[in-house]
Design a protein around this ligand. Sequence first.
Ligand code: NAP
Ligand code: MG
Length: 402
Amino acid sequence: MEKIKMTTPLVEMDGDEMTRILWKMIKDELLLPYIDLKTEYYDLGLEYRNETNDQVTVDSANATLKYGVAVKCATITPNAARMSEYDLKEMWKSPNGTIRAILDGTVFRTPIVVKGIEPCVRNWEKPITLARHAYGDVYKNAEIKIPGAGTAELVFTAEDGTVTKEVIHQFKGAGIIQGMHNTEESIGSFARACFNYAIDTKQDLWFATKDTISKKYDHTFKDIFEEIYEQEYKAKFEELGIEYFYTLIDDAVARVMKAKGGFIWACKNYDGDVMSDMVSSAFGSLAMMTSVLVSPTGVYEYEAAHGTVQRHYYNHLKGQETSTNSVATIFAWTGALKKRGELDQIQELADFADKLEKATLHTIEQGKMTKDLALITSLKEVQVLNSEGFIKAVREELEKSL
Ligand code: NAP
Ligand code: MG
């Protein structure tokens, strides 16, 4: 078979620990034999980030802006323990945070649904994609513990000196206060990323806040979404037969539990933080969750939602066998290849990515899976495979479909 040709390179961001091992196996077994893989390679492994004073992360994000599509391996976010483990010059920032800031992106997380791994919510038939606003609110707040009686006020001083004040509370005793903010620009970027992604994946978009209680703060989110939708996206949504719909957060939570899935749920920062953990664990496993960062201008960075699976890596270093699930990392690659195929109009590449996804799912449906899935599957006959064994089994399945 002749290898599939690519025209534009994918931005490849390599990573750390167990996922770095899987990364190479996936490339060697599932991609390189079939594709004349064109990538611009950036090593985001912690050692090289340290060597380049983290410049490599910035470069990889800028390359993503240039080419439009990236695929990323999980990476270590340094903490105190990593400082000594890797002899770091500095506690480098989270690469995901750096990349997100440069791309001004929104993260969409989607569970990979497969027969045999049933969601806890029986009526969920299709994946629910969660979009979380990643700026502001309680994550960039100012808080004060009030020692005793007094007046708490919100004060805004404009550049021209004009002061606007609002009493928060007349305290009779000790208490707490909190101030938070968001910007119209960031909310607008979030809205556009959500509308673009809905169009891209041809799914309905839900958005919810508590605007009945928060008549200015949350209401502004509602208004900005509505305005951008009406002005920029409504016609396209109607053409595709998809819907944008706004409701109260309480109503959204209740409806999600009764829904069949197959839509995008956009959430404010805190709601998204909490709800994404609920939705992902209800769908089965962190190892079966993909993640894509989408910029408001339509630049895409695909990755697995899980981390570097450190515990497995240490076992691997001790020479012990591992059974680490590579599904989400495989899907990061297929997502990126499909997008590249679509943008460059290389149907063969998109078709190949589709076949690789189907082969991966089919392997699991036949009972061949890694240990994490074997523990939760409803299938009766299960063959637990090691990290490499699973990828080889996917390859066998893939060969049948080519
Ligand atoms: P993690 O790598 O997601 O792993 C946590 C646990 O979840 C694992 O020990 C394992 O459970 C299970 N698990 C996760 N992915 C799995 C997979 N593919 N196959 C099988 N089991 C899987 O989270 P962490 O251990 O908290 O973090 C490790 C490193 O990853 C940290 O340095 C953190 O900074 C980084 N991280 C990176 C990203 C990213 O790059 N996007 C995201 C999160 C964390 P068992 O041990 O029970 O088998
Ligand atoms: Mg959380």
